[in-house]
Ligand binder design. Sequence first.
Ligand SMILES: Nc1ncnc2c1ncn2[C@@H]1O[C@H](COP(=O)(O)OP(=O)(O)OP(=O)(O)O)[C@@H](O)[C@H]1O
Ligand SMILES: [Mg+2]
Length: 312
Amino acid sequence: MAIEASGLSKTYKKNNVKANIELNLQVQEGEIFGLLGPNGAGKTTFVKQVVGLLKPSSGGLKVMGEDVIANPDAVRSRLNYMSQNIFAVWHLKVREVIEYSGRLRGLSLGEAKKQTKILLEELGIEEHAEKAIFHLSGGLRQLAGFGAAFIGKPKLLVLDEPTSALDVARRRKLWDKVRELNQKEGVTVLLVTHSVIEAEHLLDRLAIIQDGRLKAMGSPGELKQRVDNRLRLEIIPHNGGLPAGLTRDLGQVGEVFEANNRVVVLASRGTLQKAVGLVEQYGLDCIDDFRIGTASLEDVYLKLGGGILGAA
Ligand SMILES: Nc1ncnc2c1ncn2[C@@H]1O[C@H](COP(=O)(O)OP(=O)(O)OP(=O)(O)O)[C@@H](O)[C@H]1O
Ligand SMILES: [Mg+2]
């Protein structure tokens, strides 16, 4: 077992925030496992305990068979962690950050240099190798962070929102690279994300967490069965809200969720056209935009009582 949390709780003493509450979850060796949840759900708090940077308030936590609470150092040396706020080492050059990370993980100087060169090429950042981190754009910084996380082939790779600043093409390339490390080298991956698309593309299993608690766990396919393969109509209302009559009538046709100035209607395949008909009937000037798609992990999340996460 790569990660085993049992009844894991973390309360920050200074503000008494219960960031993790009785979390029970297991990550198998060889899995790409994700944590999905809104801002403030407690994802980073969980991850920091896994990598031994934060001490749990209660409960048990084992990583690669080691008790992290008793022996955080033993765990730290066996995993690579890419934090959400990537660098404390602003003045270092990209090449140095990657190379030193390799050295810290026990590579010889020659091997660290060799792997750094390969990673710079693979990540497409050779031309930035001699630039200091603080000179880079957010996306390039994230790529340098990947270099530092990938070097030295860890057993466990922990990535906290690693692609949030990347453009779509680079994001896909990085997903491929993570999957390759997982499949060819057997690296276990724990990945935090807000992105439903990232979750559906990359994860073998995931946990949805909200307000510090585990809400659901399973493969993307298993979780989507909770929304019975329904269709979704997403409406962006003009001026923030739909006419009350329309919302009521849509509720007769399917399940309606409202958040962040968006309205989502989940309906079975045969009835979605009724929902579209109702929107037309009330007049298209009450909406800015609408789109139809298949139900996604975001809809599972809506059904669990969460808000709307955002499409990307
Ligand atoms: N060092 C800290 N001291 C006190 N409270 C904290 C600390 N770090 C996080 N919190 C609080 O704990 C809760 C969970 O925060 P956490 O950073 O784990 O969330 P998250 O799921 O990673 O959110 P995001 O998606 O925004 O990164 C929040 O209410 C946050 O304000
Ligand atoms: Mg976070």
